[in-house]
Design a protein around this ligand. Sequence first.
Ligand code: ACO
Length: 434
Amino acid sequence: MSGTANGSVTISLDGTNQTMKLPLLAGSIGPSVADIRKLYGSLGIFTFDPGYGETASCESKITYIDGDEGVLLYRGYPIEALAEHASFIEVAYLLLNGELPNATELSEFDMSVRHHTMLHEQLRRFFEGFRRDAHPMAVMCGVVGALSAFYHDSLDITNPEHRTISAFRLIAKVPTIAAWAYKYAVGQPFMYPRNDLAYAENFLYMMNAVPAEPYKVNPILARAMDRILTLHADHEQNASTSTVRLAGSTGANPFACIAAGIASLWGPAHGGANEAVLKMLGEIGHVSAIPDFIGKVKDRNSNVRLMGFGHRVYKNYDPRAKIMQRTCYEVLDELGIKDDPLLDLAMALEKIALEDDYFVSRKLYPNVDFYSGIILKAMGFPTSMFTVLFAVARTVGWISQWKEMIEDPSQRLGRPRQLYTGPTQRNYVPLAAR
Ligand code: ACO
């Protein structure tokens, strides 16, 4: 049984005397859900909800969003408090285990992640199979999927120890894979992880260091990276997480499921949006061109969208966007970037959009991607790496959601239905007669 029984809703089939009581289930917060599991059996009908905007696909205790109020909680803790006070690795523990760790638990968890950062040496050669100009997300999909071919000693999903080892491996290895995808693209030697460095620090080291000279990670940039990872760590049943759950519901191994999540994250309507924001800002070029651009966005026939604005769930300011904006200033300040034309353009665009009735009436506010691209660009990341960074962070959320699903006794194969509008049964016509 999911949730708590909280009344019922009665539906009736017009034109018949058939009615049915759908039980209403209450969560700990948020709207109740109508349980339609017996609907087809009772009334012979399905529900129609393309994009699943009105459908709770599972029960979860991990992340809560109130899109109208702009609230995001990980295991009950507001994202603002976690971004301010917790490290990403602490957040990873919280998402996976449900509670904040004490000092010993945190240090043991951190050590376990640090001791899984290396890749099987043979994977180095796997990278060489890709073209140098491959998009790093293509490399991520391939290499993360390939982990299942290298770590098959932990693939028994019914074994809790295997699940834990796979979770550690995934969280620890994705930064190494991401940094190596970048190094491969720019033709620099792969840098091995350094386990004396903290998670975000080690990632920046593997991205930026070269073997020829010493490299010291800037602590302000490491803190900013850590916060960016926290902000992207989980976001309840979004497209990529639902992809991971759907793949996982078949019993597929976690490396394959996370690779599926990475593929789903790649699209511009999801994780690819921060890359698209920078492209858009580049195309607008100057503050003077904003009215013209806004005009195109409002023109129904143009298919132009204001990238980094709007969200399926948030109909208010995305709480992550506010933290991202602040982090953006800290990073630009640390790097001595006084007047960043892209930031000026982004701020002017945001101001105009927040006052324009088109955006106000549709409740379109900046989302997390609006500022993240500017920060990442200032930190030296090429745009093609933006979505990869998102994937590094979200791996923690994906694996937590996957683990929760596998451990849920009511879990069953995900198998949506459809409204079929194709041809009804017809006779095969032989080729000569067509
Ligand atoms: N720019 C202009 N108009 C927009 C935008 C936008 N960014 N987003 C939505 N709208 C308009 C739509 O045209 C529609 O208008 P209409 O009612 O006149 O037809 C209305 O707002 C509702 O839009 P939908 O597409 O139904 O909203 P949906 O919830 O499906 O879209 C989405 C959410 C895909 C994120 C959308 O807002 C979008 O494309 N935004 C830009 C891409 C982006 O920033 N994605 C990142 C999302 S956050 C993340 O993944 C981390």
